[in-house]
Design a protein around this ligand. Sequence first.
Ligand code: ZN
Length: 288
Amino acid sequence: MTLVTLKPWLLRAQREHFALGAFNANTLEQAQAIVAAAEAERAPAIIQVSHRALSYVGSGDAMLGLRYMSAIGKIAAESVPVPMGLHLDHATEAEVTQAIGLGVTSVMFDGGNLPLDENIRVTQKLVGLAHSVGVSVEAELGEVPCADKTGHVDELTEMTRPDDAAKFVAATGIDVLAIALGSVHAIRQKTVTIDLERLKAIRAAVDIPLVLHGSSGVTDEYIAQGIALGLCKVNVATQLSQAFTLGARAALADADEFDPRNYLGPARNAMKERVRERIRFFGAAGKA
Ligand SMILES: [Zn+2]
């Protein structure tokens, strides 16, 4: 299908207490793994492209990376009969503006490093632009930190405050809110718990769909409770990188293997299976 606007799907997830998986793609094979998994599970899903993926794909030129990934996302979505969104994650104002013109159907403006007033002003402006062409806008309040290779986090970040969230949503008109509940980007083992009481309070304070970033490190028990309490979009990246790389590494154990198709193919299959498992776990299977 052609890429879909995410808002109606997120609202449905909110009503029916399931979550859409937003799966990160850094390569052609990863985008293919995501749509193949969504098709196999008859599920709506999201191909998610991060700011850092753009830089990688464009060999340092994020705008070039954006053109590549928007074309790949569009073709991948059109190759399957289930609804797929294409989401740009943690992007700058310039990237969001460019993405909207390239047919991306959902954008996240990350103004977390700006003073709150400035963050609200820029977010408001981008919401106006995005809504004029049917693109949904996600923003984050509070900050989900990023771990290093050893799982260590050295930034001090703040969790989302429910009353700030209500003010921010009302002031900006965003469609989807990413919240900081204690999860951390790039954690490799499922050992983290999230603040479910805070989630309940935020859910009571704002009525739009809520997003969990950094889900790979969060225990499944907490993710399931989070979805029951109102998380409607769950971002998955690290777990997919692990599956993809293990698939490639197994094929590369043969020292005579030099054909990229013979290790990227197994990597793609391994990632597809992991995406399918996540789609089922999030309750999205059969919802397309
Ligand atoms: Zn994130």
